[in-house]
Design a protein around this ligand. Structure first.
Ligand code: IPM
Ligand code: MN
Length: 353
């Protein structure tokens, strides 16, 4: 297969982790006889520095034409003045919106060898295997904003079409998995949530009677995720709830550095694959960031954008074997024997079979 992959390293640890992910993708291409070409473009803070804007048109064009996009992270203290007119995060939000990436898939499957790194009791983590579908291009992230000296506002708005399409993606995913969908909202307070819940109930009844649908309020969901994480299969929710719940869920896996994601739009459109962790400015440039979330994101890229299931599984199994062998970066290592980003990536390269 010939595929054109755009790499957006971004800021902070982004360049370090995407560099090793490209090495792993090249190794997989060689192993399986594929021809992947890679081109790098700026996004986020580096794009503000080089082009004066966080999402240059050249970057967006390249992504729109690509077969898939691998992204590192955006943001950092250099660009984080709250009064700044342009911010790196705007680039990320703009590319999600421009490419129509409304469904953000964030799988959570704690690895047995990394349970020691989770603050949650290991007996609660056994058999945890769920996936959060976060709505990614609507809600309070994208509503009108106002700010004056006395007040500020952010509008949370959803159309029924926006809610329907992400719910359908989540229902379909549940059908392919264990047939259970948990829809998370705040229907006791928010009008957008009441619309969300009505639509979820209707689509479930009319189109997916085979999927067991449950509704949860986001505050109690935050609790249940810790108390009984094994009870979930597919969880679907709106943009900001999904942002918050998935950082919480990453603690089940032991580290933010282990969670990949896929941002997908309509069938056949380009997808963006990125770790859910941020740019980690505190460790940027030190070569110690955990690359596993990015490698697992590269696996999702192979699976969802290129349809290369065996190749995706090869990367996932290699990461699993590296974890089994106790090959941890500093976020996971007990003490002393932490691997560098490069060593961890090499461990995965050595285990590709
Ligand atoms: C994420 C990040 C982004 C978000 C930030 C960087 C804008 O936290 O992808 O989860 O809030 O969506
Ligand atoms: Mn986030």
């Amino acid at each position: 297969m010939q595929a054109n992959i755009v790499v957006l390293p971004g800021d902070g640890i982004g360049p370090e982790i995407t560099a090793v992910a490209v090495e792993v993708l090249k190794a997989v291409a060689t192993r399986f006889g594929h021809d992947f070409s890679f081109s790098e473009h700026d996004i986020g803070g580096i794009a503000i520095d080089n082009h004066g804007e966080p999402l240059p048109a050249t970057t967006l064009d390249a992504c729109a034409k690509a077969d898939a996009v691998l992204l590192g992270a955006v943001g950092g203290p250099k660009w984080s003045d709250p009064n700044a007119k342009v911010r790196p995060e705007q680039g990320l939000l703009a590319i999600r919106k421009a490419l129509g990436l409304f469904a953000n898939l964030r799988p959570v499957r704690p690895h047995p060898a990394a349970l020691h790194a989770s603050p949650i009791k290991p007996e609660l983590l056994r058999d945890v295997d769920f996936i959060v579908v976060r709505e990614l291009t609507g809600g309070i992230y994208f509503g009108d904003k106002t700010r004056d000296a006395q007040s500020a506002s952010d509008l949370c708005r959803y159309t029924s079409a926006e809610i329907e399409r992400v719910l359908r993606s989540a229902f379909r995913l549940a059908q392919q998995r264990r047939g259970k969908l948990t829809s998370v909202d705040k229907a006791n307070v928010l009008e957008t949530s009441r619309l969300w819940r009505d639509i979820a109930a209707r689509i479930g009844r009319e189109e997916f009677p085979d999927v067991e649908l449950e509704h949860q309020l986001v505050d109690s969901m935050a609790m249940h995720l810790i108390a009984k994480p094994h009870a979930y299969d597919v969880i679907v929710t709106e943009n900001m709830f999904g942002d918050i719940l998935t950082d919480e869920a990453s603690m089940l896996a032991g580290s933010l550095g282990l969670l990949p994601s896929a941002s997908l739009g309509e069938e056949g459109k380009v997808g963006i694959y990125e770790p859910i962790h941020g740019s980690a400015p505190d460790i940027a440039g030190k070569g110690i960031a955990n690359p596993y979330a990015t490698l697992l994101s590269a696996a999702m890229l192979l699976r969802h954008s290129l349809g290369l299931e065996a190749e995706a599984a090869t990367i996932e199994q290699a990461v699993a074997r590296a974890l089994d062998d106790g090959l941890f970066t500093a976020d996971l290592a007990a003490q002393g024997q932490a691997l560098s980003t490069r060593q961890a990536a090499q461990a995965v390269l050595d285990r590709l079979r």
